[in-house]
Design a protein around this ligand. Structure first.
Ligand code: ADP
Ligand code: MG
Length: 759
């Protein structure tokens, strides 16, 4: 029996999924595997675990597990469900990569999909769980896909052992045929239950013209217009990344300050009565000049239908009525830049890496007299439902990492999102009442979007997955029941890399093997591979850890590997500044960072370690200073990255200690710099992990073309690669270097470079 508060009970009853409780529970009781589809906000994540709990699935020491592809969702959903059920975090808990509050009393456990994969390695049958819910399956994250493949085998095994376990796959879209029509995955297609969402109509307004570059600016102007002209209701703006989110938040706060000179209001102080009434007056004044907006004349089209028809009513004039031109016109004057404190806007950022207490703010009502405006990345697309959103502003873009399958060169690119994603975004506006979605691109551009985003597993290298699978004794990875298999060449590349790293046993050398034969090879894991698989980092880095016991190098390797895994230790100073003042500030900061990097790069032998020595020095110095935000701010380090590195160091230290208890490692905040001998050994370790990431400097006599000036040649690429100007080795240009990765921006740049010249 669950003792919910009356308000909670009332709120729950409004959710569409409540009406389906009986149908859902009957399906689950009668079938080992069930798929539940329902629009974002219909109540899947918060309610299904409660149905199961009330039906007794968490009694007699079994627990209910729910996986989320994002850490944000795992944390916030566990808190929400605990609150709804009036249970403590000891019973409704979460576990994400570095932290959690799981106890012996835990009954409902939210976790990231990666965490569950690790648990399968410890206990293949997941004996503690009575039910596993795979949430957000439509996102098709790599780990979600692998989990579904594994669970398709675990469920029948549990059945055989007469300890049945239920599998529930939940999706925000109806596109589940990769699961239902994949005979290798589920020989009998599982039943699909569709929850009708109470989705209010959302009118979609396309831009007439599409700004190809400045979508952030366009987004700013659009939010300003909505705030000035349209009736109350929260605004949710989608941008592509953290930096963009912050910069738009800053601009909006400046344009509509919500308390005098106070940029970020937390809403705990009451706004003065005077301020509120001033706000109300100003609102009245502004909106009175507008024609009354008649909700009945809004389109009643469901979000995902009738694309062709939308063009006609996309003209913004339609909403406002007539004379008030709401068309954001690409040449809009920047009236919004002028500060207008009579129209307070409560602006909050939302992105995956934002601290949980800051994320939680979006669920609370905005301070009285203000309008809520959330500037978010993709995370608000399906994982989190923010109450009270009436307007969605969608830039239509998404930032993704792209990999070259052959060379592994990666680049972050901002591209158009898919039609499915854009429709999900639009849907965020119609949760509580009819809403509007402003797309900052034309309907013609929308028509060219791909229908769905391809699953992640088809787009990235898979060596980490293959190593994890091999350690689960899945030898023939080509035969694994992937919902969508990775391309064969990605599988081959992964196995080849793992063989080169010594993680897999080498195949018998019987003449030449064709690619396909190689792919079908089933190299078993080696003892080294087993050790490597126990480290929660990429196989290359795991190899470095596995080699580091000699010369007491482990603490250094752990630190370097943590820093390489977290990436981007330093703040980005190359961004365009918004004012002269800021330009100066950025200049000063950059100079300071360059100076510090030179210090952290060390003297003599240490310098050869290059960027990796800088990482080591930066982390060492930061920890020595207590890892404070001030230290990071002064020295241009990203505080968030440093905190994450600290956690990863702790986690890797624990992992090493459990494999070799005599190591007796601990995370030393006062770590001494490595000795010359240790540096030499560290360089060998780095080479062992990154042996195929070697580049040679082009000599003067080889210079045939200007584009090769100061360039390096790698075995895999025909084109020149360069040392990034932010590298400490940028000016030295050693003859041979080893790099962490190549990222393509304006040129192909090597990152994380160290020298491999002889002593
Ligand atoms: P789904 O998983 O189907 O997208 P959820 O179960 O996440 O739906 O959300 C159901 C409802 O619960 C949403 O409409 C949302 O408004 C509400 N909700 C979810 N999390 C919170 C929270 N932390 N605070 C307040 N309301 C929340
Ligand atoms: Mg959900």
């Amino acid at each position: 029996p669950v003792d919910r508060s009356p308000e909670m009970q009332e709120a729950r009853l409004k959710l569409p999924i409540l009406a389906e409780e009986q149908v859902i529970m009957e399906a689950i009781n009668e079938n080992p595997i069930v798929i539940i589809c329902g629009e974002t906000g219909s109540g899947k994540t918060t309610q299904v675990p409660q149905f199961l709990y009330e039906a007794g699935y968490a009694s007699s020491n079994g627990i209910i597990g729910i996986t989320e592809p994002r850490r944000v969702a795992a944390v916030s959903m566990s808190q929400r469900v605990a609150k709804e059920m009036n249970l403590s975090h000891r019973e409704v808990s979460y576990q994400i990569r570095y932290e959690g509050n799981v106890t012996d009393e835990t009954k409902i456990k939210f976790m990231t999909d990666g965490v569950l994969l690790k648990e399968i390695q410890k206990d293949f049958l997941l004996s503690r769980y009575k039910v596993i819910i795979i949430d957000e399956a439509h996102e098709r994250s790599v780990y979600t896909d692998i989990l579904i493949g594994l669970l398709s085998r675990i469920v029948p095994l549990r059945e055989k052992k007469r300890q049945p376990m239920k599998l529930i796959v939940m999706s925000a879209t109806l596109r589940v045929e990769d699961f239902t029509e994949n005979k290798r995955l589920f020989s009998a297609p599982p039943p699909v239950i569709q929850v009708d969402a109470r989705q209010f109509p959302v009118t979609v307004h396309f831009n007439k013209r599409t700004p190809f570059d400045d979508y952030s600016g366009e987004c700013f102007r659009k939010v300003c217009k909505i705030h000035r002209m349209l009736p109350p209701g929260g605004i949710l703006a989608f941008l592509t990344g953290q930096a963009e989110v912050h910069s738009l938040c800053r601009r909006l706060r400046k344009a509509f300050p919500f308390r005098k000179n106070k940029v970020e209001g937390d809403g705990d102080k009451e706004d003065t009565v005077e301020e509120i009434s001033k706000f109300k007056k100003s609102r009245r004044k502004k909106t009175m000049t507008l024609p009354k907006i008649d909700l009945d004349s809004y389109s009643v089209m469901p979000v995902d239908e009738g694309d062709e028809d939308r063009e006609a009513e996309t003209d913004d004039e339609d909403i406002a009525g007539s004379d008030h031109d709401l068309d954001l016109g690409d040449d809009e004057t920047e009236e919004g830049e002028k500060s207008d404190s009579s129209l307070p806007l409560y602006v909050l950022p939302l992105y995956s890496l934002l601290a949980p207490e800051k994320q939680a703010k979006v669920f609370r009502p905005p301070p009285p007299g203000t309008r809520l405006c959330i500037v978010a990345t993709n995370v608000a697309e399906t994982s989190l439902t923010i109450p009270g959103i009436k307007y969605v502003v969608d830039c239509g873009k998404v930032k993704k990492r792209f990999y070259d399958k052959v060379t592994g060169v990666s680049s972050f690119r901002v591209t158009w999102t898919s039609q499915a994603s854009a429709n999900q975004r639009a849907g965020r506006a119609g949760r509580t009442e009819p809403g509007h979605c402003y797309r900052l691109y034309s309907s013609a551009v929308f028509g060219d979007f791909e229908k769905f985003s391809p699953p992640e597993i088809t787009r990235r290298p898979v060596e980490d997955l293959i190593l994890q699978m091999k350690s689960l004794n899945i030898e023939k990875t080509v035969n694994f029941p992937f919902p969508t298999p990775p391309p064969t060449d990605a599988l081959v590349a992964a196995e080849e890399l793992l063989i080169a790293l010594g993680a897999l046993q080498e195949p018998p050398k019987t003449g030449r093997l064709t690619e396909l034969q190689k792919a079908k090879l089933s190299c078993p894991i080696s003892p080294l591979g087993t050790v490597m698989a126990s480290f929660p980092v990429a196989p290359r880095y795991a190899k470095m850890l596995a080699l580091s016991k000699q010369y007491d190098c482990l603490p250094y390797t752990i630190t370097i590997v943590s820093a390489m895994t977290v990436r981007e230790l330093f703040e980005e100073f190359d961004r365009p500044a918004v004012s002269e003042e800021e330009t100066e500030k950025l200049k000063g900061k950059r100079a300071r960072v360059v100076q510090m990097q030179r210090i952290w790069a060390g003297q003599g032998a240490s310098q050869k370690l290059g960027d990796l020595m800088v990482m080591l020095g930066a982390v060492g110095a930061c920890e020595y200073a207590g890892c404070t935000p001030q230290f990071c701010e002064t020295n241009g380090l990203r505080y968030k990255a440093m905190v994450e590195i600290r956690r990863l160091r702790g986690q890797l230290t624990t992992a090493v200690n459990s494999i070799c208890p005599d190591a007796g490692l601990y995370v030393d905040p006062k770590m001494k710099p490595p000795t010359a001998a240790q540096v030499t050994y560290l360089r060998q370790i780095v080479l062992a992990g990154l042996g195929d990431h070697i580049a040679r400097r082009i000599q003067a006599e080889e210079l045939l073309d200007e584009k090769w000036k100061n360039a390096y040649k790698t075995p895999l690429l025909d084109d020149p690669v360069f040392i990034h100007p932010n590298s400490v080795l940028f000016k030295q240009l050693p003859e041979f270097v080893v790099y962490q990765e190549i990222v393509e921006t304006t040129k192909m740049y090597m990152k994380g470079v160290s020298a491999i010249e002889p002593e």
